[in-house]
Ligand binder design. Structure first.
Ligand code: ADP
Ligand code: MG
Length: 273
């Protein structure tokens, strides 16, 4: 199996795209599991009230579960809501519950409402002995205060792009939002990675979308492409990532390759810097 050298500094990555159904959650959990499979320690923060990332990681998230809602609204320490995925000791998750749907409104009147997650994460990383190599934040498909909290807490934005019609629709708006956050809330934020997902190489359309994205974003797009695969879409209903559900499937192989590529590219960029 592949092993990788990690930089020792926690990379905080938010998976974002204002479009729903483009593979944000799928990418967040499978990339997390793939990174854990190569020996990295991962914390997934589920900031989507739907809790799909928590489900896919096999993390209970019923209404009584301490969750990121408690962190954002009641200033619970992040460490108190974190659970370990049954898939791997290296795979941690701060779950979402349905309460988070109300947080969008409740946050409006709170002090430092944009920085709640950032502060909680900083406190956690300061105090914890086994620091994660990666924090991966799964966002809802809108630019509300939950997504803004993710943007304010992260350094990197990972954009999954579905290789279908209208793939690039909304992308300039997303990039505009990232620039706005850079300017006003978090100068360190930048789009580090674009991942093409649900790729069906048999269609001319998918090839065209991939070409177009690669032309616009030469440095950010990973060489690895995630194929459309039934195994990927089946896995969450078993409370599993595709890495655990079917390790040999094309989707699992692709997410592991993407994980390795994310690590090696980062090394290369740091070497250049
Ligand atoms: P988002 O979080 O952006 O709303 P999801 O990750 O929930 O998107 O994905 C939307 C749907 O597409 C889900 O039903 C998911 O199972 C499916 N899906 C995502 N990636 C793939 C893939 N590579 N192959 C097949 N289905 C996929
Ligand atoms: Mg989602």
């Amino acid at each position: 199996s592949t092993t990788v050298t990690l930089s020792g500094r926690t990379r905080i990555i938010t998976v974002s795209n204002q479009k729903g159904g483009v593979g944000k959650t799928t990418t967040a959990v499978n990339l997390a599991a793939a990174l854990a499979a190569v020996g990295a320690r991962i914390l997934v923060i589920d900031l989507d009230p739907q809790g799909n990332a928590s489900t896919a990681l096999g993390i209970p998230h019923g209404t009584d579960t301490p969750s990121v809602y408690d962190v954002l609204i009641d200033e619970f320490p992040l460490g108190e809501v974190i659970q370990t995925s049954p898939e791997s000791d290296l795979l941690l998750c701060a779950p979402s519950t349905i309460h988070l749907a109300g947080a969008e409104i409740e946050l409006v009147t709170q002090v430092a409402r944009e920085y709640r997650m950032r502060t909680a994460l900083e406190d956690y990383l300061k105090g914890v002995e086994d620091k994660p190599d990666f924090v991966i934040i799964d966002c809802p498909p809108s630019l509300g205060l939950l997504t803004i909290n993710a943007f304010a807490a992260a350094e990197e934005v990972l954009i999954p792009i579905q290789c279908e019609y209208y793939a690039l629709e909304g992308l300039s708006q997303l990039l505009g939002n990232v620039r706005m956050i850079q300017k006003h809330l978090n100068p360190a934020l930048h789009v580090s990675t674009i991942l093409l997902t649900m790729y069906d190489g048999r269609t001319r359309l998918a090839q065209q979308v991939a070409e177009e994205v690669r032309t616009h974003f030469t440095d950010e797009v990973l060489d690895t492409v995630i194929p459309r695969s039934v195994r990927v879409s089946e896995a969450p209903s078993f409370g599993q990532t595709v890495i655990a559900y079917d390790a040999q499937s094309a989707g699992a192989v692709a997410y592991r390759e993407a994980a390795v590529e994310m690590i090696t590219r980062h090394h290369r960029n740091e070497g250049e810097a």
